[in-house]
Ligand binder design. Structure first.
Ligand code: HEM
Length: 482
């Protein structure tokens, strides 16, 4: 009897706590949207807000629908919503992009969803703003033009080996996993001097799990994508720590050079207080670079292959440009910086691909002060989101936005703040030039060898959070006659 009473009391206590928590969350949610003169928009459901609509339009292949529906319903400039558990304002169009990009660290600052912070423990120990600052200080040495020039030959060697071992002598293959393998191998080689394909393969699977779970609902229960991402990040971090420790030994024994890659650079660079980064911090920074720099570029490459298959007249011009470069080379001679700079039409094609299918859909910021924009109050702490699609798919900036037209990038090109696959302002992607090189080197090696056709003519696109063809783009290869 006493036992039953105890159970009943515990049950009542549990129900009261749950009710109270839901009430607090609901109240918080409502009150967050109760300040005067907020931008127009909907609050959605308690707690989850409009997250499901935001994510599901991407799963259906049209992430821009979430934005454009609300631009029509509320305002073409900005609207409020609640996504990923946060009150947020979506900023749309070129003026808004300019505003967010040029007010970095004045009115707005870097912000990542909780799921990202939990995968990177060092971000939790300090904060994303400081971590992003640290990274920005380290990267120029590694991504400056003199350094990038040296990478072209290495990229070409890796691309040649990649095609020789995985494409040549095949009649059918699936593009996305191969594009990922190429960009990942490059990153491992250039960031950490790892060349052994078997060593790289150790990271590949956990990496895939990490990339697909990092921007997801942050529920850390067995089997959820988020839980798998955390486990994968831990496995990769463990492997990275081994590599870092070995490098320390190699540097001390003179077997590795201080300038050979970003890993040596991170180990030997101290901050203004003379402090060196610890091993875990370095592992997290490399992990961040691998994530930022590998899936984005492989998504871009996959869509380039898709559009070149669908548009033979565009393929022909890319082929012509690349063959003019190839014909000037002696047998075995690698591509160099000048060659890549001659690939202007091919780069315009890549840009048009990233306009229609931006690898990253946008980026978050946090308001670091209360401020007024376009007559609306933006409260401190609210999350702000810029969206590539709000300009890329708008007829105002890109007439006939659904039409694939690389000539948009000729001459002056698109108006400022309208073409933003790499973001803009002080936080613009630091890997933009690196990405340009790896994409162009890939295109050169690809069109020089093959024409191809899609095996699934109307393959669906899924955006989660990067765009990918639903079946990873299977194709049939048609090698050029020697
Ligand atoms: C096609 C390929 C790529 C695309 C489309 C892309 C796009 C972007 C975008 C949109 C941002 C966010 C800017 C913002 O929040 O406003 C970003 C940030 C970043 N990207 Fe890239 N990126 C690419 C390749 C790379 C590569 C190859 C690297 C490294 C070598 C890289 C490293 C980074 C880093 C470290 C950041 C964070 C910068 C910060 O927090 O300040 N990205 N990228």
């Amino acid at each position: 009897m006493e036992d039953n009473n105890l159970h009943l009391s515990l049950l009542l206590l549990f129900v009261s706590i749950v009710t109270l928590s839901l009430f607090v969350l609901f109240y918080k949610h409502r009150s967050a949207f109760a300040a005067p003169n907020l931008p127009p928009g909907a609050t959605g459901y308690p707690v989850i807000g409009e997250s499901l609509e935001f994510l599901s339009t991407g799963w259906k292949g049209h992430p821009e629908k979430f934005i454009f529906d609300r631009m029509i319903r509320y305002s073409s400039q900005l609207f409020k919503t609640s996504i990923l558990g946060e009150p947020a304002v979506i900023f749309c169009g070129a003026t808004c992009n300019k505003f967010l990009f040029s007010n970095e660290n004045k009115l707005v600052a870097a912000w990542w969803p909780n799921s990202v912070n939990k995968v990177f423990p060092t971000t939790l120990l300090s904060n994303s703003k400081q971590e992003s600052k640290k990274m920005r200080k380290l990267l120029p040495q590694f991504l400056k033009p003199e350094a990038l020039q040296r990478y072209v030959g290495i990229m070409d060697t890796i691309a040649r080996n990649h095609f020789a071992s995985l494409w040549d002598n095949k009649t059918e293959l699936t593009v996305y996993p191969l594009a990922k393998r190429y960009t990942f191998l490059l990153a491992c080689r250039l960031f950490m001097s790892i060349e052994d394909v078997n060593h790289v393969a150790k990271f590949e699977n956990p990496f895939h799990l990490l990339a697909s779970g990092i921007i997801s609902v942050p529920i850390d229960l067995p089997g959820t994508p988020f839980n798998k991402a955390i486990k994968a990040a831990n496995a990769i971090r463990k492997e990275l720590l081994k590599i870092i420790r070995q490098r320390k030994v190699d540097l001390a024994e003179g077997k590795a050079s201080p300038t050979q890659d970003i890993l040596s650079h991170m180990l030997l660079t101290c901050d203004e207080k003379g402090q060196f980064m610890n091993e875990l911090d370095i592992a997290d920074k490399i992990l961040g670079l691998l994530i930022g720099g590998h899936d984005t570029a492989s998504a871009a490459i996959t869509f380039i292959v898709k559009y070149l298959a669908e548009l033979p007249h565009i393929y022909d011009r890319v082929y012509q440009e690349q063959m003019e470069i190839a014909k000037l080379k002696s047998p075995g001679e690698l591509l160099n910086w000048d060659d890549v700079n001659r690939m202007q039409y091919s780069w315009n094609v890549a840009c048009e691909v990233m306009r229609i299918a931006p690898p990253l859909q946008g980026g978050f910021r946090e308001a670091i002060n209360d401020f007024i924009f376009d007559g609306f109050s933006i409260p401190k702490g609210w999350k702000l989101y810029w969206s590539a699609n709000s300009t890329h798919k708008s007829p105002e900036y890109f007439p006939e936005p659904e039409k694939f037209d690389p000539t948009r990038f000729e001459g002056q090109g698109p108006a400022p703040y309208t073409f933003v696959p790499f973001g803009g302002g002080p936080r613009m992607c630091p890997g933009k030039e690196y990405a340009r090189l790896e994409i162009l080197v890939f295109m050169h090696n690809l069109v020089k060898r093959f024409k191809w056709q899609k095996l699934i003519p109307d393959e669906k696109i899924i955006v989660d959070p990067l765009p990918i063809p639903a079946k990873n783009l299977p194709i049939r290869l048609h090698p050029h006659k020697p």
